[in-house]
Design a protein around this ligand. Structure first.
Ligand SMILES: [Fe+2]
Length: 583
């Protein structure tokens, strides 16, 4: 059975291909179009997935979309009658439904010849069922509690379930206009971070503040002790005026969702270019603290209802790695699984998995261990590219270009990193999800105090308060962190042991934590060897890992990696087996 799963007409548009229960390929459209969080019809990601699987569109049995406009219609009507929202609100929702309904037309115009031979069906999967499916069906747990938390999808912001075998039984839902994700979004906007997906910056900022506004936050979002929550709508406008949203054919944009009442209570909103004050940091800290209170109340109730000790998480809020790192301390859950693309991109995979598991005879997938589901490029492709790159040919005295055996490549790269150089590491297939995990990464020495500044100065130019993350050999986790958890996809923050913090200052956040990525040889042999080699040289089996990009989506093709290397001040680039160095 061949299923093409899609997240379309929404931020982080993406596609995946599932063949007989095996993930053939999965990728976000932004990597091909080079526009962050691109929203619309993911034509290039679809084409890539089909090519990777060598499967013509005509062989696809089901095209599954992670949205279902028919879901919760009764509630939508009820809301409109009871609340009488403004015209713009109703117009936006109708536009939204119309977009989702035109998917077969988009397929016909984008793939006209292939669609003449397509006899499969289009299926809609409710947004949060797709999130839940992506979490549970990739977790490998025979049974588990499952939770999806986000802004909104199909009129729902929270869905909890228990997963058993191939089945998901939904337990609870929270409906529009109440949303934990929207609560976080509102304060991110208020704090001067207006771009789609900026919430993680506010999470980083929260480490610098004290939760002095926590009592006030408790009045903005209220909990009842039973796992449900509701917003005090006086602080918001999304339910009455709607939100100006641009979802089609570009970077998604959202208008403000908070009302003047937030400014009345918390003071004036920060403009994006305004300096960040202690008040802003304290509000960020209070926001994160209140988010955690709500999140752990949800988990407490979910545990009580299911009795399960394993938890599978998805939805945009499952990207809150700070809260995720506290799950073992603040909830009874003993194991947690979060797939690499836990946000909306991952809904493509979830929609496909939901359809696949409708057939009870289908065997469940093993736990997803690796995230390298995107495009890969051969050494000959890279050699051709280098041969036709004028910058390397004309100014050859400025660069040293060598093809090396793997062992030498790793040894030389580890020693350049030890020397304090900034290295690009482009290997294998691109990662699925927003984190670079050693295939499209920039890697540097975590032991240097000045490495954060060097990285920002040479390449990243990002806000100084944002932390950089450590990749660590799986077997060394307990030596450096106050945990021995396995975190292959960099989705949980843990405390670094106090005595180790000054050993790895470049990856130690102001609050003594790190968002670690554990690496095993089975998950990523080459990256494992690089960290191990660096560990043997320095005694520290950890490398600072940041995504390979410069204010753009993470690089996909070798062309983009080389371009980034040439236009920034990156010192070294390992492009497959080729090592390129500035001389
Ligand atoms: Fe979502």
């Amino acid at each position: 059975m061949i299923i093409l799963g899609l997240n379309a007409y929404h931020g982080d548009a993406s596609a995946c291909l599932l063949k007989d229960g095996k993930i053939v390929a999965a990728a976000e459209e932004e990597r091909f179009l080079r526009v962050k969080h691109w929203a619309g019809f993911p034509a290039l990601a679809i084409r890539y997935c089909l090519e990777e699987g060598k499967i013509p569109l005509s062989d696809v049995h089901v095209i599954a979309l992670n949205r279902d406009p028919s879901a919760n219609v009764f509630r939508k009507v009820l809301f409109s009658v009871a609340r009488r929202p403004g015209f713009s609100f109703i117009r936006d929702r109708l536009k939204n439904a119309a977009r989702t309904g035109k998917i077969d037309a988009d397929f016909r115009s984008t793939f006209p010849d292939e669609m003449k031979r397509f006899h499969g069906e289009f299926r809609n999967v409710q947004h949060h069922i797709a999130h839940l499916s992506s979490a549970f069906h990739l977790s490998g747990y025979p049974e588990a509690a499952v939770c999806s938390v986000d802004g909104f999808g199909d009129f729902v912001s929270l869905m909890t379930a228990v997963g058993m075998g191939a089945e998901l039984q939904v337990l609870d839902q929270v409906y529009f206009p109440h949303s934990l994700g929207l609560f976080y979004l509102a304060f991110s906007q208020y704090l001067g971070f207006p771009n789609y997906g900026d919430e993680y910056k506010v999470m980083g900022l929260s480490g610098y503040g004290k939760p002095t506004y926590l009592e006030k936050m408790r009045e903005v979002i209220l909990t009842d002790g039973g796992g449900a929550f509701r917003l005090d709508l006086n602080y918001f406008i999304h339910h009455s005026e709607g939100v100006a949203m641009t979802w089609e054919g570009g970077e998604p944009k959202m208008g403000n969702v908070f009302s003047d009442e937030i400014e009345n209570v918390f003071g004036p909103a920060r403009l994006a270019d305004e300096p960040i004050s202690q008040r802003h940091k304290d509000i960020a800290s209070s926001l994160q603290a209140r988010y955690e209170e709500c999140f752990f109340e949800i988990l407490k109730v979910l545990y009580a209802r299911t009795g399960q000790t394993c938890l599978a998480l998805a939805g945009g809020c499952a990207m809150n790695s700070l809260a995720n790192g506290m799950i073992f301390d603040r909830s009874p859950f003993r194991e947690v699984f979060i797939q690499p693309a836990a946000g909306d991109a991952g809904g493509a995979l979830g929609a496909a998995l939901a359809i696949y598991h409708e057939d009870a005879d289908h065997v469940r997938l093993p736990r997803l261990e690796r995230a390298d589901l995107g495009p890969g490029y051969t050494d000959s492709y890279i050699a051709d590219l280098l041969a036709r790159t004028p910058a390397l040919a004309v100014a050859s005295s400025r660069f040293r270009v060598r093809v090396l055996p793997e062992h030498d490549l790793i040894r030389e790269l580890a020693s350049r990193i030890e020397d304090g150089l900034v290295a690009g590491f482009f290997q294998g297939r691109m990662e699925w999800g927003p984190r670079a995990l050693g295939n499209r990464s920039i890697v540097v020495d975590p032991r240097r105090n000045d490495m954060k500044e060097i990285l920002n100065e040479k390449i990243k130019r990002r806000e100084s308060f944002r932390p950089f993350a450590p990749s660590i050999l799986r077997e060394a986790v307990a030596d450096y962190f106050e945990t021995d958890a396995e975190v292959p996809f960099m989705q949980q923050v843990f405390r670094i042991r106090p005595e180790k913090r000054e050993v790895i200052p470049a990856v130690t956040h102001v609050d003594g934590t790190g968002r670690l990525q554990t690496v095993t040889e089975a998950q990523n042999p080459l990256y494992y060897r690089l960290i191990k080699e660096f560990g043997q040289k320095t005694g520290v089996p950890i490398i600072l890992n940041t995504s390979f990009n410069e204010n753009e989506p993470i690089v996909n093709r070798p062309e983009e990696a080389l371009d980034c290397f040439l236009r920034t001040r990156m010192d070294v680039l390992a492009l497959g087996t080729t090592l390129i160095e500035r001389t």
